[in-house]
Design a binder for this molecule. Sequence first.
Ligand code: PLP
Length: 383
Amino acid sequence: MQDKLTLMIPGPTPVPETVLQAMARHPIGHRSADFQKIVRRTTEQLQWLHQTKNDVLVITGSGTAAMEAGIINVLSRGDKVLCGDNGKFGERWVKVAKAYGLDVQVIKAEWGQPLDPEAFRAALEADSAKAIKAVILTHSETSTGVINDLESIARHVKAHGTALTIADCVTSLGACSVPMDAWGIDVIGSGSQKGYMMPPGLAFVAVSERAWAAYERSDLPKFYLDLGKYRKSAHADSNPFTPAINLYFALQAALEMMQAEGLEAIFARHARHRAAAQAGMHAIGLPLYAAAGHGSPAITAVAPQGIDAESLRKTVKERFDILLAGGQDHLKGHVFRIGHLGFVCDRDVLTAVAAIEATLQELGLHKGTPGAGVAACAAALAR
Ligand SMILES: *Cc1c(COP(=O)(O)O)cnc(C)c1O
């Protein structure tokens, strides 16, 4: 049906009417006092979201730009880095690090499993020469629906003494607590189309004091993504290049909505939706892809046995106008993913579970008691 599409993919995520309305105006000059006011306000709001006093810089780009900027601004040619890889995004940061000629040691886990913090501890403790300059990892691995233990891994990096923690928090920021300062994370990358309740187009990089010290030594090539330029401008409530002005209007509106809800309430809502999606799938008899107890608060990956996940997903889209995400790479056809990140309410999760259940029934694939998924989901939402 026209205009009825509900996005339940892990980005882009749904955008509230208030945020869309905020964007629907003529751009203003990016060197004007009015725009400076917006930069100042949104910078404070971004610090609130990251639970940090550090600089949080805004780049026009997608989440990958934030992570690439984070990597190339604090490292130098030939630097040794540890990269966590337990899915598509972990793989991507390995590729970026290699593209810039870094010496990459990969710490892998099977897709669906979390990274093992002990493996990081062992590699860092073995590095008595202090050759490892950074640990790069993904907090919420969107491709598999796994949340990694960033807090523990960052603690091991701190114990190493000199290495930095560079974290992809693209689908964890705004879904669960990512206290940058308390956990001692040095660089956090994120993107507007995920937990921010905004359209795609803005990327955010938070940078610690330790990371700025490394920036001074960094000799990797950079120009548009040179964070020093963004820092200098940000301290003057400005931006080095023409920013996506209307997306800044959206950013301020979205962060105001988030502040009105409150961090704890936002995290509780995402935890509730994870529990509800998991309970619904369990009751329908569809196994989860992520190892038990390691599911992301932003996304639930489901691995239906003996059912083509793609045709299930297509039918849900055609019959119910709900877009679920498919599996990536070798998971295509084997996994579908329910995004519950950002502007998502109980109704959305309940409806998605109901639509999946109804689709299975329609296709003659529903094995359990009709309505069991909806009942379990509703019970979890009521908790
Ligand atoms: C979406 C996403 C990104 C960024 O992807 P872009 O398409 O560049 O915005 C990075 N990491 C994770 C975990 C993501 O989910």
